[in-house]
Design a protein around this ligand. Sequence first.
Ligand code: 5AD
Ligand code: SF4
Length: 467
Amino acid sequence: MAENKAISQNEYLSLSSEIMSVRKRGEVPLAYVRTYGCQQNVADSERIKGMLDKAGFSFTESVDDADFILFNTCAVREHAEDRVFGNVGALKNIKRKHPSVIIALCGCMMEQEHVAKRIQDSFPFVSLVFGTNCLHEFPRLLYNTLLYGKRTFLRGNTDENVYEGIPIKRDGLFKGFLPIMYGCDNFCSYCIVPYVRGREKSRRPEVVIKEAREMIEAGYKDICLLGQNVNSYGKGLDPRPNFSTLLKEIDKIEGDYILRFMTSHPKDCTKELIDTIAQSKHISHHLHLPFQSGSNRILELMNRRYTREKYLDIINYAKERIPDLSLTSDIIVGFPGETYDDFKETLSLIKEVEFTSLFTFIYSRRKGTPAATMPDVATDDEKSAWFKELLKTQEEIAAKRCENMVGSTQKVLVEEKSSNKEGILSGRTNGNIIVEFAGDESLIGSFKNIKITKARNWILNGELVKE
Ligand code: 5AD
Ligand code: SF4
């Protein structure tokens, strides 16, 4: 928050806290925050929770107990939107049962005109709606909603400022996200993100480095830098910093931690970035580089601005420089006009690269994007069959990659107890592969060496190495 605004926004939070001390239903005011979608949304919710915390709220996992309910929504695919509408509809009964509860919606869906209108017209029990670029205004919005009870809609993402100083309540104690930029300028023809999150804007490098240092000092062991296209970090800043330089600066901070980042765009992924990873002390040997389709014809229709050959060039360079590199990617199946021949190009690419894992999606038509009006040739059944073929092919590749790791020793960040196996812990390798092994829960949050004994598809089993 800008200096003069920070004061007034903080005051709004104190005033909200006073109102809530009277208005709460239970012993303390309770907030329920549910996050849909990507890591950027998780990071936004952590800031909203930081502000709610300052406004005197504790947090609950039950909508029934809450005084304040917030859904942070995702618009990237239709399925995610349908789930939000279904779950918002179900809140009508909660509002009927507890009329004092405040129901709020934010995130990418709210930046779409037709969605905001539908909320306005058909969901009168929703009191507050705010968009992706209005987080810094949340204290004022919350206060006004509590005080006047008037329905408030604040949307629009043309603000070019980056607001700093918003309090954060992170979900994890040793794994955390650190946003370095917001928005996207790429306009891939299928994607709604540039419309709902607005133009790219970067946080200043000194602010990012300071936040990284604070996280490391607070005991964070796994820090993930976030942006829709981290490779174009710095656009618009003067002097213009570059992403590799930012990584190098953070990497200099002393400590036992892993530095990750996502997402990289192949068109901007440079050899300098690969060299930076190879020479660093802390950067994970994991690169998430979405290629979306293996067919040059489809890549052009998608407006991705690289070819299959250029993608493979950078991948081959990366494999050469970082032999233990773990690669992951996003793929869309069934883009308008895609034929089985195009799809086969995607299959051949995944066989050639041998990714550790893939995030696979069936194309979802997004109103207002160029692809939404492109003619389609394949049926839904055909697309589902291709999708299954893709999953099966990747399963075999992942199993083979994991099998090759048996016998090696991996440095693993121990994350949690297994949900269904007594005495078993689970963690992740530097390359982000899940490892399960027997151990005491006091190890959670620390790095341990694990000897890999067995591969089960994409999960590894191992044993603690005695130190
Ligand atoms: N349909 C299907 N998948 C999509 N993605 C983005 N937009 C769409 C869409 N309209 C996928 C891309 C992107 C990931 C975050 O979501 O693969 O990399
Ligand atoms: Fe969407 Fe493309 Fe931007 Fe990623 S780079 S957020 S896929 S427009």
